[in-house]
Each structure stands twice: as C-alpha cells, then as structure tokens.
Design a protein around this ligand. Sequence first.
Ligand code: HEM
Length: 134
Amino acid sequence: MAKLSKLYTMQEAAQHNTNEDCWVVIDGKVYDVSAYLDEHPGGDDVLLSATGKDATEEFEDAGHSKSARELMEKFCIGELDESSQAIPELKIVSKKQAADSSKKIVELTKQHWVVPVAVVGLSVVVGFLYFRKK
Ligand code: HEM
C-alpha cells in the first residue's frame, strides 16, 4: 500500500523560520531541519533564509552530495500541498499597502493645499490692517 504523507501548505511551512524551529521545502517535500541547523556544513543561516519558499534551486546550486541527499530523508516530515505555492495573504497585504500609500499621498496633497491658502489669507489680513492704519 502506498505510504500516505502529510500535506503542508507553504503558509504553514513558512511559520517555522527560527533557530529553534526551521522547516525547508525542497522539491515538493517538507523537511524539519531544526535539529540539523547547528550541524549543517553550509551553515544555519542558509537554511533559515531558505524558509518560506521553494528552496529547490538553492539546494541544487549548493551541489549536495549523495550522502547529503540520503541524510535529508531523515528530516522529511511530509509533502507540500501544491495548491498552496503562493502565499495569498502576502499579495493581499501588499495590495492593501499600495492602496493605503495612495490614500496617504492624497491626504498629504489635501493638507498641503491648506498651507499656501493660509499664508495668502494671513497676508491679505495683514495688508488690510496695514493700509487701514495709513
Ligand atoms: C534537509 C536539507 C539539507 C541537508 C540534509 C543538507 C546537508 C548538507 C551536507 C551534508 C553538506 C556537506 C556537503 C555535501 O555532502 O553535499 C551541505 C553543504 C551545503 N549546503 Fe546543505 N543541506 C540541506 C539543505 C540545504 C539548503 C536548503 C541549502 C541552501 C539554501 C543548503 C546549502 C548548502 C551549502 C551552500 C553547502 C556548501 C557548504 C560548503 O561547501 O561550504 N543546504 N549540506
């Protein structure tokens, strides 16, 4: 019977991105490398920076040996839910941020109109008072 493996979304895997709890996604599989961070010959920083994304390219670029590939199977905890590759929350957040930024610009423009109008208004009042005294 085929072995059932647990499916994880990229969002779920991305939450494990610390020194104590680190998951990487390589070639559609999810690896919990928390216990291997200190021993990884490539350093813990590369593993940490490989979290939250498909790290297949970086893994292949490092030219890992056959023994490295055998060792990594020990850390495999499941597979990536392929329908979850993108992190939609991030897209929504960035769209919202863009909308917020344009709102801020509009607000700033509105506020800055007040300054020249106030300056002109004040000059008119001062001028009026000055000429009335004369
Ligand atoms: C379960 C996952 C991983 C395991 C078990 C693992 C294991 C190893 C091992 C045993 C080596 C020594 C060289 C060799 O035998 O090939 C190595 C080197 C290296 N690994 Fe990994 N690795 C993993 C994931 C990654 C990832 C995701 C990256 C990059 C994002 C990475 C980057 C590197 C680099 C740059 C080296 C070269 C270090 C050097 O030669 O100076 N590794 N890794």
